[in-house]
Design a protein around this ligand. Structure first.
Ligand SMILES: O=P(O)(O)OC[C@H]1O[C@H](O[C@H]2O[C@H](CO)[C@@H](O)[C@H](O)[C@H]2O)[C@H](O)[C@@H](O)[C@@H]1O
Length: 302
């Protein structure tokens, strides 16, 4: 795979964000303090009015939660969106999110002589963003590239998905996998682990029976997460396009296929269920709300 020229970053294959967005919108780079981490104390009333949802930044996040698509055929543009408008949005987006490939030489220079490890996201990085998460298949070309890089550096994939799901797509046993936003980490045992492994790691075996390190710091929350999954599934079932995803240590509510005028309803239903689970956190991804037990740890031990 030619990293410099031929690979169209899957980051840019998202659908056009809502037309309600201003021309120079900026996808938030940091989360609003009151909105994204809903460590909801039981007695504190949750936002009930649309204005409060908007004020907390949630609605704006939901509307702006995917980058604009770079090359979108005019045929598929909504009737009131001009190609120029789309280009402008894309260029504005690129100001905040420049491609690392444009600075490849500089990055290579900075890395020289350093001990490197590679941390990769899965969705939108190794696979294209698609409407149905079950279809986010990784290409053989991408798999070969990841296999190659993993032969050079310790390589980890960090994902909001369950670890099993990511592994089922990637199928490379030589990698570290951090699923459920870091709540479920598995990795090869390295020869350098002479002084034993991390205190919370256990030795386990992977799908091929190979010994691995396993780190699952949120196991005690599994019954609660399962309950939240059931309650949320029931709560959003009448919202057209809303989709639940069970990611084992966290729960995702997808609204990629929900009409923008129903985003507020999605948010209200999610927060209403969560008010009974004050120890759970609510975070936000691309057209997805995520419930998990801890702040993500991403504790990869190489
Ligand atoms: O932290 P991440 O690894 O980026 O996980 C965030 C979510 O990724 C997946 O959803 C995203 O990709 C889907 C397939 O392309 C897309 O349909 C969805 O809109 C995106 O948000 C995954 O399915 C979720 O469980 C993760 O929470």
């Amino acid at each position: 795979m030619d990293l410099k020229t031929s690979h169209n970053s899957p980051v840019f294959v998202d659908p056009l964000p809502s037309l309600a967005l201003p021309m120079t919108y900026t996808t938030p780079t940091s989360f609003p303090s009151s909105g994204l981490y809903l460590n909801t104390p039981k007695k504190k009333p949750l936002p009930s009015k649309i204005e409060e949802v908007r004020a907390a930044g949630w609605l704006d996040l939901m509307l702006a939660s995917s980058p604009p698509r770079k090359r979108q055929s005019k045929d598929f543009l909504p009737h009131d969106v001009q190609a120029d408008d789309l280009d402008l949005r894309y260029r504005n987006w690129m100001v905040n999110y420049p491609s690392a490939l444009g600075s490849f030489e500089a990055i290579t220079e900075l890395a020289r002589g350093k001990k490197l490890a590679l941390f990769l996201d899965y969705d939108g990085t190794l696979s294209p963003i698609v409407d149905n998460p079950a279809n986010a298949v990784m290409s053989d070309e991408m798999r070969a590239a990841v296999r190659h890089v993993a032969s050079l550096f310790p390589t980890a994939i960090i994902s909001g998905r369950s670890r099993d799901k990511v592994f089922d797509f990637v199928k490379l046993t030589e990698l570290y996998y951090a699923g459920s936003h870091g709540m479920d980490i598995m990795g090869p045992i390295r020869k350098s682990e002479s002084n034993g492994h991390h205190v919370e790691c256990v030795r386990s075996t992977d799908s091929e029976g190979k010994e691995v390190n396993l780190f699952q710091p949120a196991s005690e929350f599994l019954p609660m997460i399962a309950e939240v999954f059931e309650n949320l599934s029931e709560s959003i079932k009448d919202i057209e396009g809303a989709r639940m995803e069970d990611n084992k240590f966290c729960v995702s509510v997808h609204y990629r296929n929900v009409a923008p005028h129903d985003y507020e309803t999605v948010h209200q239903r999610v927060t209403a269920v969560l008010k009974d689970y004050p120890c759970l956190r609510l975070t936000h991804g691309r057209k997805v709300n995520i419930m998990h037990s801890h702040q993500a740890l991403y504790q990869i031990i190489c």
